[in-house]
Design a protein around this ligand. Structure first.
Ligand SMILES: [Zn+2]
Length: 323
């Protein structure tokens, strides 16, 4: 399947357009500079006044015409200190924006010739940008859990007691209305308990919502938190009764499982949340085609702040190498 053909023409940002807009390292740097300093770098902190700045050749810096003080537009962004070409970063963001099912580090390695480690690190950094604080506002919310990883399933499809390999994920999704496509929030959780469920509902779901779940006991006390709690009895092989179902949530799970299974092959528990964030980010913008590239680029041009520091010292030791 050609991922580019799946996007309607009016929502498509083509690779030709990409190549025209970002033909060189310089064009990429200028783009980030313009986003951080609209109209160019005009203020010199050292001189304490408006001063013209010029590009320093061979460096990702702009210097004050008077005192020579350097400004680094990449400082604090995911590109800071990178030895990988900016254009490759942009291309990686483009690829990530242009597929529903995700893209593997292996694929960009094959396409561009960077090492697997470089490709993996780029994707990891880009994924940091895709984490977002979504509050669900729909009147109808489906809630469900899935288990990622090598698990043994009991009769209910849930992991057997004491299975340590499972990585539970709890998800909530708004049902779409004619006005708006429903959005999803998915969280990797250490365990799946009533308290987890209640905590997540308090944080992400409005009290006036109706919440749909199956009959699993962790959802037992949900009714006290929301307007209405409707349940479907999956163990009796009943999947849809009128509007009572969790099919929207299950659709998202299958997208994630197909993606992680087919593209990433194996995701360590530590990074599972960042993959969920990536899938949620695209899902929540599924009506935007790959125009979301511009959105990802805008985020990439912003300094990351503390978020980055906690990630900065991670190594690639924990990569689950596919294939
Ligand atoms: Zn100056």
């Amino acid at each position: 399947m050609n991922r580019r053909q799946t996007i309607p023409a009016e929502l498509r940002y083509t690779i030709q357009q990409f190549n025209e807009h970002y033909p060189t390292e310089n064009a990429c740097l200028e783009t980030i500079k313009e986003r951080r300093f609209p109209g160019g770098v005009t203020h010199c902190e050292k001189c304490g006044e408006e001063r013209k700045h010029h590009r320093v050749s061979g460096r990702t810096a702009y210097a004050c015409d008077r005192c020579g003080n350097h400004i680094f537009p990449l400082a604090g962004t995911i590109f800071e200190k990178t030895t990988t070409k900016l254009r490759l970063w942009f291309y990686a963001m483009y690829l990530m924006s242009s597929t529903r099912c995700g893209i593997s580090a292996k694929q960009i390695q094959r396409e561009t010739g960077v090492t697997y480690k470089t490709a993996w690190r780029m994707f990891k950094q880009i994924r940091i940008l895709l984490s977002e604080d979504v509050k669900l506002e729909g009147s109808s919310i489906e809630m469900d859990e899935m288990y990622y990883g090598g698990i043994r399933k009991g009769q209910s499809g849930r992991p057997m007691r004491g299975d340590k390999k499972k990585s539970p994920v709890i998800g909530m999704v708004e049902r779409s209305t004619p006005e708006r496509a429903g959005r999803v929030k998915a969280l990797a959780t250490p365990d799946v308990t009533t308290n987890q469920v209640l905590g997540l509902v308090r944080e992400y779901v409005l009290p006036e919502s109706t919440v749909f779940t199956d009959e699993y006991p962790i959802y037992d006390r949900l009714g006290a938190r929301v307007k209405e709690h409707k349940r479907i009895n999956h163990s009796a092989k009943v999947y849809v009764v009128a509007d009572v179902h969790t099919n929207t949530m299950e659709g998202f799970w299958s997208l994630v499982k197909r993606g992680i299974g087919g593209v990433y092959h194996s995701v360590s528990q530590k990074y599972l949340q960042t993959y969920l964030d990536e899938y949620s980010y695209r899902y929540n913008r599924r009506d935007c085609g790959n125009l979301i590239f511009h959105d990802v680029l805008a985020k990439a041009a912003q300094p990351l702040g503390e978020k980055r520091d906690s990630e900065a010292h991670q190594t690639t030791d924990e990569i689950s190498v596919p294939f």
